[in-house]
Design a protein around this ligand. Structure first.
Ligand code: HEC
Length: 174
């Protein structure tokens, strides 16, 4: 996945570089340029792009929230869906589809929340703790690593907003 993205980004970069560079598309002069950061590498410090769906002033129409959903809220719902799918597979004793989850889930570090100030160092620390659990699940999917990831969700929600805790606890496998 990383490789694919690397190629895409490099192609995009070349289209904005001078023609000479475009002509040297396979030459090392271009190939050795450091690749632009891809979403999988984003951190708390990655600047967010104004105007994308879910950014301030561009909330995504939502059945749940009449004000619309932020980019982060949309991602959270996607994570809930991913864990529901994983839960069903674990219960059925089948391989979990769609792994690894980490490349997508790690984008919670670089998504617009409803209030920009909520993307702060404390949030990012909890995001990284959650993502470590996601990595553990990707590497060895089991009831234990599944519940570990949900503990990562709950830790952040206990500290930020408790509303989704019922959903999180409802997902747990016993
Ligand atoms: C690092 C903190 C953090 C982690 C980890 C986290 N969340 Fe969230 N979550 C938030 C914040 C902050 C919001 C509010 C988003 C916004 O500002 O719009 C949110 C919103 C939500 C929502 C509401 C979305 C909506 O429609 O408004 C749900 C549901 C949710 N999270 C579930 C989860 C689940 C399940 C997990 C784990 C798989 C998880 N969260 C992990 C911080 C976190």
């Amino acid at each position: 996945m990383r490789g694919e993205n690397g190629v895409t980004i490099r192609t995009m970069r070349l289209s904005t570089t001078p023609l000479l560079c475009a002509a040297l598309v396979f030459a090392s002069a271009c190939a050795t340029r450091p690749p632009a950061p891809v979403a999988e590498d984003c951190t708390y410090e990655t600047p967010l792009t104004p105007g994308v769906p879910g950014s301030p002033g561009h909330l995504v129409p939502s059945d749940i929230n009449p004000n619309g959903a932020s980019e982060l809220a949309v991602r959270m719902r996607g994570m809930v869906a991913d864990w529901r799918t994983a839960r069903e597979a674990l219960q059925a004793g089948k391989p979990v589809p769609g792994l690894p989850l980490l490349p997508n889930h790690r984008r919670i570090r670089c998504s617009w929340p409803t209030a920009a100030e909520d993307r702060n160092p404390a949030y990012d620390g909890m995001a990284q703790a959650y993502l470590a659990q996601v990595r553990a699940f990707d590497e060895a999917p089991s009831v234990k690593t599944f519940n570990g990831a949900l503990t990562g969700c709950a830790a952040c929600h206990e500290a930020t907003c408790g509303g989704p805790l019922a959903v999180i606890e409802g997902l747990r496998l016993h």
